[in-house]
Write a protein that binds this ligand. Structure first.
Ligand SMILES: [Zn+2]
Length: 446
């Protein structure tokens, strides 16, 4: 016992001594080369985004020849790379990096990057120089980086990563905000600001040599450096060839990421992987409708414009139905399965808006202008099975499922009875989505 104590005391001293040596070295290193230390701090990035890491790499190289970091820190502050907002817009990658200055109460500068046609353009944007309708971005980053309510009084709804509402709020990288004081707003009272519409201020692309502004310039980058590869999570499902060009791959990665941000679809995606679903090729063209997955599991998009999350969501529910029923083709069940899918999406939306359907425009599956006589009945059914939009259904009545499938066959434009879809048959029930909701309920806490 005694020996043991002696041993731990000795160990403690050794550890203390080692800590002193290590700290001492670190301090020495900084005193010797202050420049190197401040550079390290400037470019420090602990995240995993390839876009951010690559941009930092180019800036480092630029800084080796044209030192700008010290002046930048003095004027604007330090970049907070981890909190950068990245978006993909038309054919450019954009990155907005908040700049923190210790003497300023709020984020006053956003470093804006744009990569298009093999050139990296970058420029600092200052709050007092941007148009009024864009100052929200500084307020938003103030809340994100400094965890502080901006002076403007705006509150932003920060995504906690847990709530199922995430997908709805984050479509097109938008942020929900409220400028109405301290009273907590109702869900439909939140308004949106979208990064998609934020102007990066790269209009003129001045020559990098007449670099009048610090932290501003253009860097040519070799082709291939930003070549995207298919998201590794998509590769787990699709084992065939991906015949998409770079721009389309980026779109697909974004669409897939956006889909997975919605808990319900994340559940489906996990389910497919857990069940070792193996799909084929990914390509464009040669398809009926916006997107499709054929019997062999080949995913096709009609054109680039159709590579969007909404289309993936549709196909992912079909993949669940197929896996659940062990089928490859739908045959004469196609109509019923399309209605089942539309009903599932109506239920999801109804729960998302917590039953306040009068506040939201939405094309519900089982009624349209001429068929409003079914509206009340259908909405009551949704209300009933979701307990006023409070949670996913635990059961779906198959008699009404069957009845509304017939209505859907009359009112649906894409899946109309006249196009050969069969409805109202008892052979197909809503068992697939009933199971799906039951399982996703736990995963999504709904
Ligand atoms: Zn379909």
């Amino acid at each position: 016992m005694k020996n043991y104590n002696f041993l731990s005391t000795t160990l403690l001293f050794i550890l203390l001594f080692l800590t002193l040596i290590i700290n001492g070295c670190e301090k020495d290193y900084c005193e010797k080369d202050e420049q190197q230390c401040s550079n390290e701090k400037f470019f420090a990035y602990r995240g995993e985004k390839k876009l951010t890491a690559t941009i930092i790499n180019y800036l480092r190289i630029r800084n080796d020849s044209v030192k700008f970091t010290d002046k930048f820190v003095e004027l604007y502050g330090y970049p907070v790379w981890e909190k950068a907002v990245d978006i993909y817009k038309e054919d450019a990658n954009l990155l907005f990096v908040p700049i923190y200055h210790k003497k300023k109460e709020e984020i006053e500068t956003i470093w804006s990057f744009r990569i298009s046609e093999n050139i990296l353009h970058y420029t600092p944007l200052c709050r007092d120089k941007v148009p009024d309708e864009q100052t929200w971005a500084f307020d938003y980053l103030t809340q994100i980086v400094l965890n502080r309510r901006p002076q403007s009084g705006i509150i932003f709804r920060i995504d906690s990563g847990v709530t199922t509402r995430q997908g709805w709020f984050w479509r097109r990288k938008c942020v929900q905000y409220w400028a109405g004081g301290d009273v907590e707003p109702k869900p439909y009272e939140w308004k949106q600001h979208c990064w998609w519409l934020f102007d990066g201020g790269h209009g003129g692309y001045p020559d990098p040599d007449d670099d009048v502004m610090v932290g501003h310039g253009n860097i040519p980058i070799p082709p291939g450096d930003f070549d995207p590869s298919l998201d590794t999570e998509i590769q787990k499902l699709f084992k065939g060839k991906c015949n998409l060009n770079h721009e389309d791959i980026k779109k697909l990665n974004k669409a897939y990421e956006e889909m997975r941000q919605e808990c319900f679809y994340e559940y489906i995606d996990n389910y497919l992987k857990k069940n070792n679903v193996r799909l084929g090729n990914i390509s464009k063209g040669n398809t009926f409708g916006q997107a499709s997955i054929d019997e062999k599991g080949n995913l096709r998009f009609y054109d680039s414009g159709e590579i969007i999350a909404e289309n993936l969501k549709h196909e992912w529910i079909h993949l669940f139905q197929r896996q659940y029923h062990h089928m490859t083709s739908f045959g004469n069940k196609a109509g019923m399965m399309e209605f089942e899918l539309a009903l599932a999406q109506d239920i999801l939306f109804f729960v998302e808006i917590q039953g306040n359907w009068l506040e939201h425009a939405h094309s519900w599956a089982a009624w349209s202008m001429e068929y409003e006589k079914y509206q009340k009945e259908y909405m009551n059914w949704l209300k009933e099975m979701t307990a006023d939009g409070r949670h996913y259904p635990t059961a779906i009545d198959n008699i009404r499922f069957n009845f509304f499938s017939s209505v859907f066959g009359e009112v649906s434009i894409s899946y109309n009875r006249s196009r050969g879809y069969v409805y109202g048959n008892n052979a197909y029930t809503s068992s697939a989505i009933q199971t799906l909701f039951k399982q996703a309920k736990k995963h999504c806490n709904k």
